[in-house]
Design a protein around this ligand. Structure first.
Ligand code: LFR
Length: 471
């Protein structure tokens, strides 16, 4: 009975977290050891992630874990946002900082790619929501030189840097939009990209042991013989794995930078309506499918706050949520999924540009009216959630009773109330650190495997950790 600790790394577009799961006298305990802010940086060569800063932050967290967990660390697993990738040199290190999926080079790449491979055909092959952020558009935009290099998605890259073999974990691989519904890289799509399939990392299922910690960290006693595990490397799949509900009558909203609105399925649904309504079929844990849609989430308000702060007013999100409650609904809502609103910068003005286009009254863009803008955004998001969930029920034939809210955005009690009202469902909060919880659950399932068989699926392990999270 190995009682060493486990480490989960969760990479977020807004913050990255390193957490420990330890077995204490009172039972299993999850401790957030290190959290640091993350954001994309606008440079002359595009919108990029600062990989050095991210890795440095992770090493700080890992060293702290080694100090705390004197019993040693049994395994480390990494999950994070999907679609962004690192091109590798022959030594397996990054040739440059990776692009952020919001970099605008894909705006031009998208129509050109679809001249060569129609949107309908790409959708048919992959069963995925057509989203400009997907790796497929980014890779298409890369120049010929870059296309000669292999790549790894970010969580898998971090695992590789720690000593693991280079892999592409299935839940994350599907979000590239370069994988067919059979779970393999699509040769048809690779041909259009001008990207050699031989350079693609091998796809492995969530819960794969990919080696042992090596390098400087392995010198620390706590990281002697520490396994590296590819969990559900896609943070959303990881969060869904943390829902401890064996039933079939629930939906989810994973609410962070994005709101992922949908349900878990046993098999993909790529019917005509699923295609028309642009739903996604992403890989999930234990052979499941995450059937959902990317709805523009907290990004909208975060970007407004960012914009007000560049103009000299710093606003605190909880206080803003509180103040927004005094405003009632307007006669109209924002189309939150307008592609223009996925881009960075000038968010209040972008919002008004849409209202103007639609012939609707604009809102004040000034920081002093921030609460009114916030309220408008919350009503608009809740309405969108309800609409999407209605379509999910129609397309899948499911009857929902419960709606699980996960992620940082689920701390917004006002939005939660509006969501409950708009959907008519029982709203349950599954926790704010669900990706971390799912990450640990998949690690446990992997470590307790006999041969290729898991003794218990991830959701059962997640349930066993339900009380482990410290507030
Ligand atoms: C959430 C998330 C979404 C994905 C978007 C981009 O953090 O991973 O699931 O669509 O970020 O990667």
């Amino acid at each position: 009975n190995d009682r060493r600790a486990l480490v989960a790394i969760d990479l977020g577009a807004e913050s990255c977290r390193v957490s420990l799961l330890r077995w204490l006298e009172q039972g299993p305990r999850i401790q957030l050891v290190h959290r640091f802010a993350n954001h994309a940086v606008e440079r002359a060569d595009g919108l990029r992630w600062d990989l050095g800063m991210i890795l440095e932050g992770l090493y700080v967290g890992l060293r702290q874990c080694a100090e705390i967990a004197t019993e040693g660390v049994r395994s480390i697993a990494v999950d994070g946002w999907a679609v962004d990738y690192v091109r590798l040199d022959d030594q397996g290190t990054a040739i440059a900082d990776p692009f952020c999926y919001r970099d605008e080079r894909t705006v031009a790449a998208e129509p050109v790619l679809h001249e060569r491979l129609s949107a309908e055909r790409m959708r048919e092959i992959t069963g995925l929501q057509l989203l400009r952020i997907n790796s497929v558009y980014q890779m298409f935009a890369d120049d010929v030189e870059k296309k000669k290099h292999s790549w790894l998605n970010l969580p898998e890259y971090v695992l590789h840097r720690l000593g693991g073999r280079a892999v592409s974990e299935l839940t994350n691989a599907t979000h590239t939009q370069m994988v067919g519904l059979d779970g393999e890289w699509s040769s048809e799509i690779f041909a259009v990209l001008g990207q050699s399939i031989a350079d693609a990392p091998p796809i492995v299922p969530p819960g794969t042991d990919i080696g042992r910690v090596q390098g400087e960290l392995a010198m620390l006693p706590a990281f002697e013989n520490t396994r590296l595990i590819a969990p559900a490397c896609h943070d959303t799949a990881s969060a869904i794995a943390a829902i401890p509900d064996p039933g079939d009558d629930w939906a989810y909203i994973s609410s962070g930078t994005w709101s992922l609105v949908g349900t878990q399925l046993e098999a993909p649904v790529n019917s005509a309506t699923a295609r028309e309504e642009n739903f996604t079929n992403l890989g999930g844990v234990d052979g499941t499918i995450c059937f959902h849609k990317n709805v523009n989430g907290m990004w909208l308000l975060r970007q407004c706050i960012e914009s007000w702060s560049t103009k000299g007013t710093t606003l605190d999100l909880p206080a803003l949520v509180e103040a927004s409650m005094t405003f009632g609904p307007r006669e109209y809502v924002l189309n939150v999924d307008d592609p223009d609103l996925m881009l960075q910068g000038h968010m209040p003005e972008r919002i008004n540009a849409q209202l103007r286009r639609r012939g609707l009254a604009e809102l004040s863009t000034e920081a002093k009216d921030a609460a009114e803008m916030a309220s408008f955004l919350f009503y608009s998001l809740a309405a969108r959630y309800a609409h999407v969930l209605h379509s999910v029920a129609e397309i899948t034939g499911k009857r929902f009773r419960r709606l699980y809210l996960m992620g940082g955005g689920s701390q917004n009690e006002f939005l939660n109330r509006l969501t409950a009202e708009a959907t008519g469902l029982e709203v349950l909060r599954a926790g704010t650190e669900c990706s971390t919880l799912g990450n640990f659950a998949v690690q446990l399932a992997t470590l307790e495997k006999t041969g290729e068989t898991v003794s218990r699926p991830a959701c059962v392990w997640a349930a066993s950790l339900a009380n482990a999270q410290q507030s």
